[in-house]
Ligand binder design. Structure first.
Ligand code: HEM
Ligand SMILES: *[C@@H]1O[C@H](CO)[C@@H](O)[C@H](O)[C@H]1NC(C)=O
Ligand SMILES: *[C@@H]1O[C@H](CO)[C@@H](O)[C@H](O)[C@H]1NC(C)=O
Ligand SMILES: *[C@@H]1O[C@H](CO)[C@@H](O)[C@H](O)[C@H]1NC(C)=O
Ligand SMILES: *[C@@H]1O[C@H](CO)[C@@H](O)[C@H](O)[C@H]1NC(C)=O
Ligand SMILES: *[C@@H]1O[C@H](CO)[C@@H](O)[C@H](O)[C@H]1NC(C)=O
Ligand SMILES: *[C@@H]1O[C@H](CO)[C@@H](O)[C@H](O)[C@H]1NC(C)=O
Ligand SMILES: *[C@@H]1O[C@H](CO)[C@@H](O)[C@H](O)[C@H]1NC(C)=O
Length: 352
């Protein structure tokens, strides 16, 4: 049965090539690595599952990496590139610096994948897969992850500063930021549900706690009970930057509590609460619907994550399959920066 199907696919491909169609994989497909890396999902799952025991936040951090990758020159692994002579790393952009996490786990995943399927799976695809596994591990929906992305040869820090939405954005700005990516209002409300898990630093919402928009008062759309909790956690003039759960009711679970929090004015970031507290907004009925029905949220999340994962992808012979996710292949600076001698030897061996 399986081999029959394989034969049919092979024949179809042969036909396509003979007929002179250009084989240009313009579209991603969930079966992209079925023959070349059949155990890809269990391998990625294993690494994330293991990491989650010592770091319950890792799934959230990995999902955010995929988002921050896709919004900057497409889902092309550009966020993973480190500084070199020629790369201005996106990791140093304002929305990323001292904030993005999980880069080491992505490298662990890449190493495990390279060990089974050398020179085959892109770093951009690893981020897309990791985001889906993060959802499932948190108790959220799974979906068939379209694959076949290629990795970029460039990064763009300016674009990262420009395209990634800020936590103090109002609804108009949030919608505009998503529209640039071809994402609509439903996608905005749905994907903001990613804040059902993970953490945020005081610096991302302290503007709401003491002197909101120079009013001398806190944000009026912030629950007063929650306000006191947050003020204790984030004192004025503090010298550090404490972390707080993005979802105060179920911090590590992927569920629809993010939306019911908004109904009680318990959204953490201004950008979260805007979705429910902007007077007359078309986002309010969507928040209401997701808060009352988790399945509705989950089915929309599947659709919007796939949509986000399609932004500006490189396919076919565009870009490359990076051997080490932090560096473009052949970057001697990158090779030199790989700390372990073992890893370096492996990298050299693999590039032959
Ligand atoms: C709508 C606009 C969005 C804004 C303004 C925003 C902003 C933020 C901010 C400020 C943080 C805290 C970062 C820190 O303090 O280090 C954060 C965390 C997070 N964001 Fe968003 N975000 C948005 C959309 C999204 C989307 C679309 C997703 C994924 C689908 C997402 C997933 C996450 C996750 C999972 C975390 C927690 C990460 C961790 O714990 O490491 N966010 N976001
Ligand atoms: C890449 O940069 C990050 C900091 O953004 C650092 O933690 C990591 O060690 C670097 N990776 C390599 C392979 O140099
Ligand atoms: C980064 O993106 C900006 C805005 O699209 C563009 O003007 C600039 O040329 C890009 N820089 C690089 C290094 O690609
Ligand atoms: C949102 O913010 C922008 C930029 O600060 C501002 O021009 C606009 O008036 C704001 N919109 C609303 C509805 O508050
Ligand atoms: C709030 O901020 C504004 C502008 O920085 C300032 O003039 C005002 O005194 C502040 N109010 C309080 C109560 O701190
Ligand atoms: C914070 O620092 C400002 C001066 O920078 C001072 O006026 C204010 O009283 C301080 N607030 C607290 C709560 O310590
Ligand atoms: C961190 O939070 C604790 C309360 O949970 C508070 O006592 C401490 O001052 C905070 N530190 C900073 C740097 O905000
Ligand atoms: C504030 O949050 C609490 C639960 O944390 C809730 O009982 C209360 O109704 C909320 N207040 C408002 C105004 O929504």
């Amino acid at each position: 049965m399986g081999s029959m199907r394989l034969l049919v696919v092979a024949l179809l491909c042969a036909f396509a090539m003979h007929a002179g169609f250009s084989v240009s994989y313009a579209q991603l497909t969930p079966t992209f690595y079925r023959e070349t890396c059949p155990n890809l999902f269990p391998i990625v799952f294993g690494v994330i599952f293991d990491a989650s025991f010592t770091d319950p936040r890792i799934g959230a951090s990995l999902m955010r990496l995929h988002f921050h990758d896709c919004f900057v020159q497409g889902c092309d692994g550009s966020v993973l590139l480190n500084n070199t002579d020629t790369i201005e790393s996106e990791q140093d952009a304002l929305p990323n610096i001292n904030s993005i996490r999980g880069l080491d786990v992505v490298n662990d995943i890449k190493t495990a994948v390279e060990n089974s399927c050398p020179d085959t799976v892109s770093c951009a695809d690893i981020l897309a897969i990791a985001a889906e596994i993060a959802s499932v591990l948190g108790g959220g929906p799974g979906w068939p992850v379209p694959l076949g992305r290629r990795d970029s040869l460039t990064a763009n820090r300016t674009l990262a500063n420009q395209n990634l939405p800020a936590p103090f954005f109002n609804l108009t700005q949030l919608k505009a930021s998503f529209a640039v990516q071809g994402l609509n209002t439903l996608d905005l409300v749905t994907l903001s549900g990613g804040h059902t898990f993970g953490r945020a630093r005081c610096s991302t919402f302290i503007n709401r706690l003491y002197n909101f928009s120079n009013t001398g008062n806190p944000d009026p759309t912030l629950n007063t009970t929650y306000l006191e909790v947050l003020r204790a956690r984030c004192p004025q003039n503090a010298t550090g930057d404490n972390l707080t759960n993005l979802d105060l009711s179920t911090p590590d679970q992927f569920d629809n509590r993010y939306y019911s929090n908004l109904l009680q004015l318990n959204g953490l970031l201004q950008s979260d609460q805007e979705l429910f507290s902007t007077p007359g907004a078309d986002t309010i009925p969507i928040v209401n619907s997701f808060s009352s029905n988790q399945n509705t949220f989950f089915s929309n999340f599947r659709v919007s994550m796939i949509k986000m994962g399609n932004i500006g992808v490189l396919t076919g012979d565009e870009g490359e399959i990076r051997l080490q996710c932090n560096f473009v292949n052949g970057d001697s600076f990158g090779l030199a920066s790989v700390a372990s001698k073992d890893a370096k030897q492996k990298l050299v061996a693999q590039s032959k």
